[in-house]
Write a new protein. Structure first.
Length: 248
């Protein structure tokens, strides 16, 4: 298993972490939360949440998305309540499992399963992405969103793409170069594309992006149905940004 951070930096876990992950996989949700109480360090809590999300995504797999179940949230709420009463923990710690710094709602979250290759090589088929809420959308950000009505080429409920154009901008292309307001756009986030993902032209129709809308594209430019096909994406369809990638 490989954990990938927001900057697509791949870091293999240490043997100790890998062993801990395997042990967590065998635990119930209650046992996981008890483990977090015993070791409320930021790193341990983060690993527990990721493993729990992966289990739920594996068991639910609604095409792209797997969501924390009500049962898990209820168990978390019970454990937090019991812990606060019995004194299982008493010292608040930033990011740790305490009643003062991590209320029950933050234990809920969403994990999305990637079923297709439109974001290859950044996201592979079968990867999981942890999605968090975002108040500000910026260029280069990978987001998950509800399928817009204009996208009739898929039945998937949720999609994942990268933000390329922002509200008020005019986007177009020249060859395989993206142009924003007539100027070439540097794309440091885009890996070298080969095979089906490579293409000689971006084929972006000159588009004035409306207020509150975004132009999104898959990293696999040669095999992605995106804003080049179905138009700009309304911000109201955005679920959140990808904050963690989990490669099985």
């Amino acid at each position: 298993m490989v954990f990938v951070g927001p900057g697509n930096t791949i870091k293999a876990p240490t043997a100790k972490v890998a062993e801990h992950v395997e042990n967590l996989k065998k635990m119930s949700y209650l046992e996981m939360l008890d483990d977090a109480v015993r070791d409320p360090s930021d790193s341990n809590v983060a690993i527990i949440r990721i493993v729990a999300d992966m289990r739920l995504a594996t068991t639910t797999r609604r095409t792209l998305i797997g969501t924390w179940t009500a049962v898990a949230v209820a168990v978390a709420a019970v454990v937090i309540s019991v812990g606060s009463v019995t004194g299982w923990w008493s010292t608040p710690k930033s990011g740790a499992l305490t009643t003062t710094t991590i209320p029950a709602p933050t234990l809920t979250g969403q994990v999305f399963y990637v079923p297709s290759g439109s974001m290859v090589p950044t996201l592979g088929v079968g990867d999981y992405v942890v999605v968090g809420k975002t108040r500000m959308i910026h260029r280069g950000q990978i987001i998950v969103f509800k399928r817009p009505p204009a996208d009739i080429g898929t039945t998937d409920v949720d999609l994942v793409k990268r933000v390329i154009g922002l509200p008020g901008e005019t986007i177009s292309s020249r060859g395989n170069t993206v142009l924003i307001n007539g100027q070439a756009l540097a794309e440091p986030w885009l890996p070298p594309l080969t095979g089906i993902c490579a293409e000689s032209a971006e084929n972006i129709p000159t588009t004035k992006i409306p207020t509150g809308h975004y132009f999104v594209m898959g990293d696999c430019r040669g095999d992605s149905a995106d804003s080049r096909v179905w138009g700009t994406l309304a911000g109201s369809f955005i679920i959140g940004e990808v904050v963690q990638v989990i490669k099985p």
